[in-house]
Design a protein around this ligand. Structure first.
Ligand SMILES: NC(=O)c1ccc[n+]([C@@H]2O[C@H](COP(=O)([O-])OP(=O)(O)OC[C@H]3O[C@@H](n4cnc5c(N)ncnc54)[C@H](OP(=O)(O)O)[C@@H]3O)[C@@H](O)[C@H]2O)c1
Length: 336
């Protein structure tokens, strides 16, 4: 037990202040021509850098987002600056827009149908889009707490529609090649006590002055639980499902933190490429496949980490994953 605690403390510190060395880089990914990828939130920040790498590796990259203008800017950025190490390569993929507003569940089926009408495989889906600590009381179109609705429910519903295609893809793919990556955060530790998800009141309707950071933590704990529970649901299908804390990075995620919060972030945080490399590791490294850990949670810059221990215990002993999964099923049911 003492050793476990020491390991946990070390893991948390190392998540906050990762070593400078990156374990996995662009050059570790081979030519991906013929493969199909989805990156939600791929027009900005980490998702943009991940999409850049996938494009220069030859992938057919679908970028899920709510603004075609942001997508066009992302395409321009990607085409004008190759991913690191790809400067001398002639390999190029394609970039396609997939309109979806994750905070409006009525848009998700249309987005999924569009993707399903265009492709006959889906190798890796990165559920990367997210919102962090918006003004207190922010809600989705359907009235869910904004972060729970966007970061968790939007991706949960999207995944429901895409799961069959990934299963089909996995049938003819090498072991571990088809993956679903749920982007979480070290911030999941901020979720409400004890299990980091207020399962009876995810919208904090019975909490006075709900703290948006607790809501962020809850939503990111939700992403970890979905990664874990989805892995159970598709066990034996060939799909691998992991959660990732990409690291603390200079992106637009701090947009709700005011000018000083944003300035500070720009000063102290790393370039978003590092986060993209961590998500890339989650998508392509053999390491998390070979180490048979049921609670795979990946940390910067490409390492297997440890999720919050209380959450882990709840998943192992209280059937907490099933409870959260069933709650999500119930919440998205009217829009399915
Ligand atoms: N940056 C960090 O330090 C950090 C640390 C831990 C975890 N993360 C996680 O990493 C992921 C990527 O974040 P980032 O840092 O790259 O932030 P970012 O630059 O703000 O990118 C987030 C992306 O999500 C999209 N998005 C937000 N709400 C959406 C919605 N309702 N529908 C569709 N797309 C939506 C945004 O699109 P719009 O421009 O349209 O809003 C944007 O493209 C997030 O899940 C975040 O929680 C980031």
């Amino acid at each position: 037990m003492l050793m476990e605690m020491v390991k946990l403390l070390f893991s948390r510190y190392s998540e906050m202040v990762p070593p400078n060395r990156t374990n996995f880089v662009e050059g570790d990914v081979s030519d991906q021509t013929g493969k199909v990828f989805l990156v939600t939130g791929g027009s900005s920040g980490i998702g943009l850098e991940l999409s850049r790498i996938l494009y220069y590796k030859g992938g057919r990259v679908f970028i899920g987002g709510r603004s075609e203008t942001s997508f066009a800017a992302a395409v321009e950025s990607i085409k004008s600056a190759p991913a690191e190490g790809c400067e001398n390569s002639k390999v190029r993929g394609t970039l396609e827009f997939l309109a979806m507003d994750l905070c409006d569940l009525t848009t998700i089926k249309h987005a999924a149908d569009e993707l399903l009408s265009k492709v006959d495989r889906l190798d890796i889906a990165w559920y990367n889009a997210g919102v962090m600590a918006p003004p207190a009381g922010s809600k989705t179109k359907q009235g869910f707490e904004l972060q729970w609705g966007t970061n968790v429910l939007g991706h949960f519903l999207l995944n429901k529609y895409l799961s069959d295609l990934q299963m089909k893809t996995a049938k003819n793919a090498p072991r571990g090649a088809v993956r679903t990556i749920w982007v979480s955060s070290i911030g999941h530790n901020l979720g409400p006590k004890p299990n980091l998800i207020n399962i009876d009141d995810v919208n904090f309707e019975n909490v006075s002055n709900p703290d948006p950071w607790v809501g962020y933590g809850q939503s990111k704990a939700g992403d970890i639980v979905l990664a874990y529970e989805y892995a159970n649901h598709v066990s034996g299908s060939g799909i691998a499902s992991f959660s990732v804390h990409p690291g603390n990075l200079k992106t637009n995620l701090t947009r709700h933190q005011g000018i000083w919060g944003q300035k500070l972030a720009q000063r102290v945080l790393k370039e978003p490429r590092y986060g993209a490399l961590t998500e890339l590791y989650a998508g392509f490294s053999d390491e998390p496949i070979d180490n048979d850990l049921s609670t795979k949670y990946i940390i910067p810059w490409g390492r297997i980490g440890r999720m919050n221990e209380t959450l882990n215990m709840a998943l192992q002993n209280e059937d907490f994953g099933t409870k959260v999964w069933n709650l999500c099923e119930k919440q998205v049911a009217p829009y399915d």
